[in-house]
Write a protein that binds this ligand. Structure first.
Ligand code: SF4
Length: 245
């Protein structure tokens, strides 16, 4: 593997093939190359994965933020301070989440793109959360990613069984490269990074909400439950659709 300086220019895949990463400012990666990179990224720190994403896709690169904490924002802005951070304001966020957005924005001087939409009717999220998420969250993400080549999120495998096999890099349904730099991190890794780097957290994380979405669809979790067990509790729904690859 050819990682000798901060800018990652190439990797040697397990097959022996050389994957050139920065010959062109916006290289196209085949699905096979992304799969090889994914295997290589399993043993790289998150900052190196972010560096790869920045080297290959910036400025056509964005990252999403749920504002549960600012761990990925801290990691990403250390590599690329101007990275575009997308927050989808559904009209149903907790006041604590909106306060965290503002605190993080000020602290990092964030290049924040707020995707604000008209609040959906209560009937919709109660009767058909699938369509509510699709209209609000997925629709706004599609809009935010128009013109982009890649995007990053803080998705982690340990958050729920449904995320256990999440790749670090893959192609999403839009054809964009999707990067999850902290996919391999455990909850303990996140907690340690927060403590070591004095990272801003949403105060709800200290009140039993390890995963925070819209207010009507998020409840606290009990000891031993998955971090995402409080999302759409009692409904046959586990994902908002943002991370369906
Ligand atoms: S989480 Fe709930 S309120 Fe928010 S977009 Fe999805 S269904 Fe609607």
């Amino acid at each position: 593997m050819a990682i000798t300086e901060s800018r990652i220019t190439s990797l040697t895949a397990a097959s022996g093939a050389r994957l050139s990463l920065a010959d062109s400012p916006h290289p196209d990666f085949t699905d096979a190359e992304l799969a090889e990179l994914n295997a290589e990224f399993e043993r790289l720190p998150a900052s190196k994965v972010i560096q790869w994403a920045v080297d290959n896709f910036a400025p056509h690169l964005a990252m999403t933020a749920s504002m549960t904490d600012a761990v990925l924002i801290d990691l990403a802005t250390k590599v690329y301070p101007a990275i575009e951070v997308v927050f989808i304001d559904t009209g149903y966020h907790f006041p604590e989440t909106l306060a965290t957005v503002e605190e993080v924005r000020r602290h990092y001087g964030l290049n924040l793109r707020m995707m604000t939409v008209a609040r959906q009717s209560e009937e919709l999220w109660q009767a058909d959360p699938e369509n509510c998420c699709s209209a609000v969250k997925v629709g706004q993400l599609d809009r935010a990613l128009a013109g982009k080549e890649a995007w990053m999120s803080g998705l982690r495998r340990g958050e729920a069984d449904t995320r256990a096999a999440a790749p670090i890099v893959s192609r999403d349904l839009r054809g964009l490269v999707k990067i999850n730099p902290i996919a391999t991190w455990s909850a303990a890794d996140v907690d340690a990074y927060i403590a070591d780097h004095d990272i801003i957290v949403n105060p709800l994380t200290l009140q039993g909400y390890p995963s925070i979405g819209c207010m009507p669809c998020t409840s606290p979790v009990a000891e031993g439950e998955d971090a995402r067990a409080g999302r759409w509790r009692g409904k046959d729904k586990t994902e908002c659709g943002l991370h369906i690859a």
